[in-house]
Ligand binder design. Structure first.
Ligand code: MG
Length: 369
């Protein structure tokens, strides 16, 4: 079978890709979120032209080389946007094969539908420690979350806290209020110098926090490594990295204890599997980045059922439509119901979701054929 057409449905925040073959089989995928008006244009300019008319294996999802070929054809344009667009093709093709084989993507990559433990991931820094504590304790009690990540420092903050004293206060308060049965993770989002990160890291150690994410500017590998070596708790990172050679260097130089590729930043599932496999060879767990409740979290759920070095939990955004208005009513059925701290990977073909026709109807439409 051949790829006959590639359609995108997008707005500024979110965009889906529909692949149709000459056998009239279809699959749905998604490009990475944000600036999707730009990404959709790149998709039709730099991804679709290399893909229309290509022959796909009738039997198995053997298209990795095609993804690689696109990157080689577009080798003058390495970087995030091309890969954000490529994710749309990759994830649509996985869905296509899932539907053809009547299997969830999880089963196509060696996993199976099952429950996955989540950690509730707070995206907010504008929130006072007392208010953050209230909402996380409520989520723990109502939905059984057994792990949470909250924010310290400020984003790429050059050692400056969101406001004076916030980081230390939130660590101490949440450690106390969430209790010892709940695992506690923090994210520095590239805020700290090694000295400040280690200083805060000692407080994290004393307050039972197990995971310090992106403590230093993520591009400064040696800084992150210094923090990792000074602390007994896990240092995690890599969400921004989408280039395989960067990942190779991260792994060779032993920068982090936990790798966090993002399926949609990476260019899709195939390339994320590549990173997870490289980390597995070094015995490192993979706890992917998945920061909103779009298809990125669905794809990550399927991925985590399949890789031998899956981290302890799935990143699961706790922010609702008041924070992410664009996240509303994307799917016809909610794939993200949390019960007793777990979500469920459905035993349905492909990604197991249906994009809401009403959402599609309001989106900007483009086609390559
Ligand atoms: Mg992060």
């Amino acid at each position: 079978m051949k790829i006959k057409k590639l359609e995108t449905f997008s707005n500024k925040y979110l965009g889906f890709v529909k692949v149709t073959t000459d056998t009239n089989d279809i699959g749905w995928g998604q490009v990475s979120t944000y600036n999707v008006d730009i990404t959709a244009q790149i998709f039709h300019r730099q991804v679709a032209p290399w893909s229309i008319g290509i022959e796909l294996d009738d039997d198995k999802p053997d298209f990795f080389d095609h993804l690689q070929l696109i990157l080689e054809r577009e080798h003058k344009y390495p970087g995030s946007y091309l890969l954000r667009a490529l994710s749309g093709l990759d994830t649509a093709l996985w869905d296509l094969y899932g539907k053809l084989k009547e299997k969830p993507v999880a089963s196509l990559i060696g996993g199976k539908p099952k429950k996955i433990r989540v950690y509730g991931s707070s995206m907010r820094r504008d929130i006072k420690p007392e208010d953050e504590s209230k909402r996380l304790c409520r989520l723990r009690d109502d939905y059984g979350f057994s792990a949470f990540k909250f924010r310290v420092g400020s984003e790429c903050g050059r050692d400056t806290d969101e406001w004076e004293g916030r980081s230390e206060k939130i660590v101490k308060l949440l450690s106390h209020d969430l209790g010892s049965d709940v695992e506690k993770l923090v994210d520095g989002n590239s805020c700290f110098s090694p000295r400040k990160a280690i200083e805060l890291g000692k407080i994290l150690e004393d307050h039972d926090v197990c995971h310090f994410e992106e403590p230093c500017p993520y591009w400064e590998h040696n800084q992150t490594k210094k923090v990792k070596e000074a602390l007994s708790i896990d240092v995690a990172g890599g969400e921004q990295d989408c280039d395989i050679s960067t990942w190779k260097s991260t792994l060779e130089k032993e920068i982090v204890n936990i790798v966090q590729p993002d399926v949609m930043y990476m260019g899709g599932l195939y390339r994320t599997l590549q990173v997870a496999n490289m980390a597995n060879k070094l015995g490192l767990p993979c706890t992917p980045h998945a920061a909103n409740l779009s298809l990125v979290t669905v794809c990550t759920m399927h991925l985590l059922t399949a890789i031998p070095n899956a981290g302890k939990y799935l990143e699961f955004s706790i922010e609702d439509e008041t924070y992410y208005p664009w996240q509303k009513n994307i799917f016809t059925r909610d794939p993200f119901k949390v019960k007793d701290g777990f979500v469920n990977v459905r035993d349905e073909p492909g990604w197991g979701v249906e994009i809401n026709p009403a959402w599609l109807g309001k989106s900007e439409y483009r086609i390559s054929e």
